[in-house]
Design a protein around this ligand. Structure first.
Ligand code: ADP
Length: 450
C-alpha cells in the first residue's frame, strides 16, 4: 500500500479522496491554486502545496506543477478526482514516466474511451449495444444529410471529443442539418481542439442509465448496477438515483454482465462508468467515463462499499475486494447536486458563505467542502456540494431527501436548493416517471427557462 498520495483536485471530491486515504492509513497531499489557500481540502490534507495562480490552466491543469508537488512531498501516487486531468491520457503517461502511479485506468484505456467514435467502435466489437448512427466520423455536410435521411430524423450531431454536454446539436428535420452540423463541429473545435463529429439517432423518450464497473487490471471485472441520471439540464445531470426506478433485476443482471465482461476483456483497472440511453426496454451505449463520477455516492449507498478505497487498493497492486456474488443491493439512494447558481437562469453565484448548516441523521450524507465564512471563488465549477440520502426503499429515500433539504442552510450565495425542494413536489419525481427531457420541459414551464 502507498504511504502517501497526492490529490490533483479541489472541492468536495478532493475531500472525498482525502477521507478514504485517511481511513486506510495513507497520508494525503493537497494541491491548490492561490485562490484556494483557505479551501477545506487544503486544511484537511496532511500536507499541501500551492501549485499556481487561480486560473485552472496554470494550477489544477498544470502537469509540471503537479509532478513537482509529488517530488517535493514524496507522494507515490496521484488521484485525479473527476474533471480537470482525470481523463487525460498524456497526464497518465507523464506520471508513469516519472515512476509514479496514477490511481485510475491506463493511458491506453483513457485513449480508447476518450474519443467517442473509437469508444463506440470498441464497445460494438465487445458486444455492447449502441445507439444507431453513422459508422465512425462524418466529414462533410453532404454525407451528414445523406445519413440523416437514412437514420431518420431527429438526429443528434456529436463531437467525438465532446464532454460536459458541449459539442452536441440536435437536427429535428433535414432543414436543421446544416446549422447543427456546423455548430457541433465549431464547438468541438473551440472546446476540445477537434472538429470531428458523428451522427446518432436522437431518442425522444429515453432514460439515462449508467452502469458502474470496476476492474482489477488483471482480467477480472464486476458491475455495481445502474444509476438513473435522467433529470438533466442542458445534458448535464442534476439529480441521480440508484437503483433505477425503471430497471428490473433481470435487466440489471443482463446489461451489467455485458459491461463487466467487456471490461474484463480489456483488463480495465479501477472505476469506470458505461453510459446508456434506455428506451422501450433496450439499452443503447453512448459513452464511457474512465474515472470516478460525481454521482458515485448513490452506488456506494446501496452497495455499502467505498469505491475510492477500492481504487487506491487496486492501483497499489492489491486485489479487488469485490466479487460479483457479494455485491448485493440494499435499499435506495438519491443524490442532488448543489450548485452556487441563481435561478431561474442558473448563473454562477460565487461569494462568501455567511451561514452553513449541514443536515444529518440516519441515511444522510453531505459531501461538501463548504464551511461558515468560506468564500466560493469565481474561477471554478459551481458545484459546492452533494446531498446524498439512503432509505430502505425509494419512498423512504424521497422523504429523507425532503427532510434533509429542510435542514440544510447555505446563506450568502444563491444555490439550487429551491429547485430540489420544488422538484420533490412533482408527481413525476415522486413516481420516477421521467425521461431525459422531463426537467427541461419543467424548467420551461415553471421557471420560464428557454
Ligand atoms: P457528454 O460527454 O457531453 O456528457 P453524452 O454522450 O454522455 O455527452 O450525453 C449526455 C446527454 O445527452 C445524455 O445523457 C442524453 O441526455 C443526451 N444525449 C446524448 N446522446 C443522445 C441521443 N442519441 N439521443 C437523445 N439524447 C442524447
Amino acid at each position: 500500500m502507498f504511504n502517501k498520495i497526492l490529490v490533483a483536485n479541489r472541492g468536495e471530491i478532493a475531500l472525498r479522496v482525502i477521507r478514504a486515504a485517511r481511513e486506510m492509513g495513507v497520508k494525503s497531499v493537497a494541491v491548490h491554486s492561490t485562490a484556494d489557500s483557505d479551501a477545506m481540502h487544503v486544511r484537511m490534507a496532511d500536507e499541501s502545496v500551492c501549485i499556481g495562480p487561480p486560473s485552472s490552466q496554470q494550477s489544477y491543469l498544470s502537469i509540471p506543477a503537479i509532478i513537482a508537488a509529488c517530488e517535493i512531498t514524496g507522494a507515490e501516487a496521484i488521484h485525479p478526482g473527476y474533471g480537470f486531468l482525470s481523463e487525460n491520457a498524456g497526464f497518465v503517461q507523464v506520471i508513469e514516466d516519472h515512476g509514479l502511479t496514477f490511481i485510475g485506468p491506463t493511458a491506453e484505456h483513457i485513449r480508447i474511451m476518450g474519443d467517442k467514435i473509437t469508444a463506440k467502435d470498441t464497445m460494438k466489437k465487445l458486444g455492447v449495444p449502441c445507439v444507431p448512427g453513422s459508422e465512425g466520423g462524418v466529414a462533410t455536410l453532404d454525407e451528414a444529410k445523406k445519413l440523416g435521411a437514412e437514420i431518420g430524423y431527429p438526429v443528434i450531431i456529436k463531437a467525438t471529443a465532446g464532454g460536459g454536454g458541449k459539442g452536441m446539436k440536435v437536427a429535428q428535420t433535414a432543414k436543421d442539418m446544416e446549422r447543427a452540423f456546423q455548430t457541433a463541429r465549431a464547438e468541438g473545435k473551440s472546446n476540445f481542439g477537434n472538429d470531428e463529429v458523428y451522427i446518432e439517432k436522437y431518442l425522444t423518450t429515453p432514460r439515462h442509465i449508467e452502469i458502474q464497473v470496476f476492474g482489477d487490471g488483471k482480467g477480472r471485472a464486476v458491475h455495481l448496477g445502474e444509476r438513473d441520471c435522467s433529470l438533466q439540464r442542458r445534458h448535464q445531470k442534476v439529480f441521480e438515483e440508484a437503483p433505477g426506478p425503471a430497471i428490473s433485476a433481470e435487466e440489471r443482471a443482463r446489461i451489467g454482465k455485458v459491461c463487466a465482461d467487456a471490461m474484463a476483456d480489456i483488463s480495465y483497472i479501477g472505476a469506470g462508468t458505461i453510459e446508456f440511453l434506455y428506451e422501450n426496454g433496450e439499452f443503447y451505449f453512448i459513452e464511457m467515463n474512465t474515472r470516478l463520477q460525481v454521482e458515485h455516492p448513490v452506488t456506494e449507498g446501496i452497495f455499502g462499499v467505498d469505491l475510492v478505497r477500492e481504487q487506491i487498493r487496486v492501483a497499489s497492486g492489491l486485489p479487488m475486494e469485490f466479487t460479483q456474488e457479494n455485491l448485493k443491493i440494499n435499499g435506495h439512494a438519491i443524490e442532488v447536486r448543489l450548485n452556487a447558481e441563481k435561478l431561474p437562469n442558473f448563473r454562477p453565484s460565487p461569494g462568501r458563505i455567511s451561514q452553513y448548516h449541514a443536515p444529518g441523521g440516519l441515511g444522510v450524507r453531505m459531501d461538501s467542502a463548504l464551511y461558515d465564512g468560506y468564500s466560493i471563488p469565481p474561477y471554478y465549477d459551481s458545484l459546492i456540494g452533494k446531498l446524498i440520502v439512503h432509505g430502505r426503499d425509494r419512498p423512504e429515500a424521497l422523504a429523507r431527501l425532503g427532510r434533509a433539504l429542510g435542514e440544510l442552510i447555505i446563506d450568502g450565495v444563491d444555490t439550487t436548493i429551491p429547485l430540489f425542494r420544488a422538484l420533490l413536489e412533482e408527481e413525476a419525481v415522486q413516481t420516477g416517471a421521467y425521461n431525459i427531457h422531463w426537467l427541461e420541459h419543467w424548467l420551461e414551464t415553471n421557471l420560464g427557462e428557454a
